[in-house]
Write a protein that binds this ligand. Structure first.
Ligand SMILES: [Zn+2]
Length: 269
């Protein structure tokens, strides 16, 4: 089992990018690299205060509740590694992001020490634990991210953030464009193109952070998930596992889209 976990971790890490593979591999032996256990499933950077430890335990419970609400039950038991300094986060391969997941190992930056980012990464781990390797491989990145955004309820990626982007006319992907962000490479390319990887600089200048790509994925998936519920999500995952193409499973699992199409067809003279 541990061997399988290591393989899963390396596959996921290698998708994220070359040099973070070895750095992410350090999460297999967190205590050798400056982290101390809070519980068997939570590690925190040595020297973190009691308040941070309590916050992490609470965040873990809230994130687990969010995963259960979305998926009906909790299949995956990720191990969380929390950094209280940017240096620690970088040492584990976490540059240019708030949090990340390597297989069943979640890494949180000091900017992501809350239940929202924990639930986001946990959703990726949960989704993967419920899919065949083939289904997981063929699932578009935008979908996996959209579910994670919706489950996490992070204010940074919320519907009100999307409305802020609309109101201030900040460039953001259309629905059609979002659906083209299929591979991790395409997704990361869009994140870069829309300036979502420049938020540390923006914050330093006192400007508001913007997350047009993540917010677009949440904007797409929130109504879909609300409509299909956890049973619909599980049925959809089962269809992907049976080899059905993503787009057909996604469209037919979406009664709202179907209803709209039927209404349009009915309105035709
Ligand atoms: Zn994500």
């Amino acid at each position: 089992m541990r061997y399988l976990n290591i393989i899963a971790l390396l596959i996921s890490a290698s998708l994220i990018g070359g040099c973070s593979v070895l750095q992410g591999g350090k999460l297999l032996a967190p205590e050798s690299f400056g982290l101390t256990p809070v519980t068997p499933s939570i590690y925190v950077e040595a020297g973190a205060d009691e308040e941070t430890r309590v916050k992490l335990r609470d965040a873990m419970k809230k994130a687990e509740d969010a995963i259960r609400a979305a998926y009906g039950s909790v299949n995956s038991r990720p191990i969380v590694h929390a950094c209280v300094s940017e240096g620690c986060y970088e040492a584990f391969g976490g540059r240019g992001s708030v949090a990340k997941v390597y297989g069943d190992r979640i890494l949180l930056s000091p900017r992501g020490l809350n239940w929202h980012f924990l639930a986001h990464e946990w959703s990726h781990a949960e989704m993967r634990s419920r899919q065949t390797l083939s289904a997981w491989w063929h699932m578009p990145q935008w979908f996996d991210e959209g579910v994670a955004v919706a489950v996490s309820e992070a204010p940074e990626h919320s519907e009100s953030h999307w409305q802020f982007l609309v109101a201030t006319n900040i460039p953001r992907p259309t629905r059609e464009e979002l659906h083209t962000f299929k591979s991790l490479r395409q997704w990361l390319g869009a994140v870069h193109q829309y300036g979502e990887d420049k938020n540390i600089e923006r914050k330093a200048k006192g400007e508001p952070e913007i997350n047009p790509v993540y917010a677009a994925a949440g904007h797409e998936l929130r109504p879909w998930l609300a409509k299909v519920g956890s049973n619909g999500l599980l049925a959809f995952i089962a269809r992907l596992n049976d080899g059905e193409e993503f787009e057909s499973a996604y469209q037919t699992a979406n009664p709202a889209v179907q209803g709209t199409l039927r209404d349009k067809a009915a309105q035709r003279p």
